[in-house]
Design a binder for this molecule. Structure first.
Ligand SMILES: Nc1nc2c(ncn2[C@@H]2O[C@H](COP(=O)(O)OP(=O)(O)OP(=O)(O)O)[C@@H](O)[C@H]2O)c(=O)[nH]1
Length: 370
């Protein structure tokens, strides 16, 4: 996941570092570091017996000395635009190739420049940290936006005695039905009651697919015949939820291209009639820039509140993941990361940063439950 982005950002960071090292006439120095041994840690924990235990221990028993070779600049460096211009231009092109949206690329490059140009780096500074932080911050700036706290919304509505209605929209095959099932599973496990609305009355087999998921998760589906009015089906589900005091209605809708005027009119009607608390756009990460274009079009047509980005487990590029929220100015709520009910994780900028910079090896399951 995100291998391409990782490669490009790392390469740029390495090149910037090299430039700084060269300018600062870096040399390799041996650095000695004292590393506490396990024994010393134990002693620290049991302070009362410290004296006793450490008596018979030599200094080298307690501390290990490790010698590492470090590159350190000899003289102060001030980064000027020309130092990093070429590197950032190359990064700009590479990010576009990785499906990062143009406005997002521009903002990131700008952020790196702002953080680095004019910066004084002295021999005591950690060059590596300064460069990596500048790159990481450029991504964090893009990803950080106000979060939607779904549980807070559900609990507020519950207090007012009404269900929380979420309508899922998007183009065909992006993973709407699957994401509804995963979210129903998650909410049910958290103790909320859930009903599904089979609002995809258009695609053959869509109602059965939703029913199959519902059976396995243990929630009810409100449905009508194929071809029925989607708004009416979802309306029925809301009435059912009100009558039975069910916390959440998750409504499926047919997949549609934003260019299909008839189907876009239908989804507008769904939103007008059912007045959902949230309209969630389900986007397939693998479709890159098209996902962003479609999200923008759906947002114009019906107003999207947030995004679920699916198939992130198979996304080698990562461009859509870092662009889509910024492009439409709406948060990503969840990431779909596989084909099991539990494979829906809450989105966080930190998670993406860890993925790109490989600080944590987050592995996804390739098991299939559906
Ligand atoms: N690897 C992976 N596959 C996923 C994920 N989410 C969905 N899928 C797969 O994507 C395919 C399409 O998912 P659906 O949920 O049927 O898509 P849909 O948007 O409801 O489709 P339409 O009703 O045609 O619009 C299925 O094979 C899912 O198993 C994910 O996060 N990771």
């Amino acid at each position: 996941m995100f291998n391409l982005l990782r490669e490009k950002f790392m390469k740029a960071a390495e090149k910037i570092k090299e430039k700084i090292y060269k300018k600062g006439e870096a040399e390799e120095v041996k650095k000695e570091e004292k590393v506490e041994t396990k024994e010393e840690k134990k002693i620290e924990e049991k302070k009362e017996v410290k004296e006793e235990k450490s008596k018979g221990m030599s200094f080298f028993d307690r501390f290990k000395i490790t010698r590492t070779i470090k590159r350190v600049i000899k003289k102060e460096v001030v980064i000027v635009e020309e130092d990093i211009e070429d590197i950032l231009e190359e990064l700009e092109l590479e990010l576009l190739e990785a499906d990062v949206a143009l406005e997002v690329v521009e903002k990131m490059i700008d952020s790196i420049k702002k953080e680095l140009v004019g910066k004084k780096i002295s021999p005591d500074d950690n060059v590596e940290e300064i460069v990596y932080n500048a790159v990481k911050n450029s991504i964090l700036n893009i990803l950080s936006r106000e979060k939607i706290d779904l549980e807070e919304i559900i609990q507020k509505n519950r207090k007012e005695g009404k269900p929380t209605v979420i309508v899922f929209v998007g183009i065909n095959g992006t993973g709407k039905t699957t994401s509804i099932a995963k979210l129903a599973y998650k909410l049910k496990n958290k103790g909320y009651s859930v009903v599904l609305a089979a609002g995809d009355t258009f695609r053959a087999g869509a109602i059965e697919q939703l029913e199959e998921h519902a059976k396995r998760i243990g929630v009810k589906v409100i449905k009508q015949k194929p071809g029925a009015d989607a708004a009416a089906v979802i309306y029925d589900a809301i009435q059912h939820a009100k009558a039975k005091k069910i916390d959440v209605v998750l409504a499926d809708t047919a997949g549609r291209q934003a260019t299909n005027i008839n189907l876009m009119d239908e989804i507008k009607k769904v939103v007008r009639v059912t007045k959902p608390d949230l309209v969630i756009f389900v986007a397939d990460a693998l479709t890159g820039n098209d996902a962003i274009f479609q999200a923008e079009e759906f947002n114009k047509a019906v107003g999207i509140d947030g995004v679920i980005l699916t198939k992130v487990d198979a996304d080698a590029k990562g461009g859509a993941a870092i662009s889509i929220g910024y492009a439409i100015g709406k948060p990503i709520l969840y990431l779909g990361v596989g084909q099991r009910y539990e494979d829906l994780i809450e989105f966080s900028p930190d998670f993406i940063i860890k993925k790109i910079f490989g600080e944590e090896d987050i592995k996804f399951s390739t098991e299939r439950e559906f």
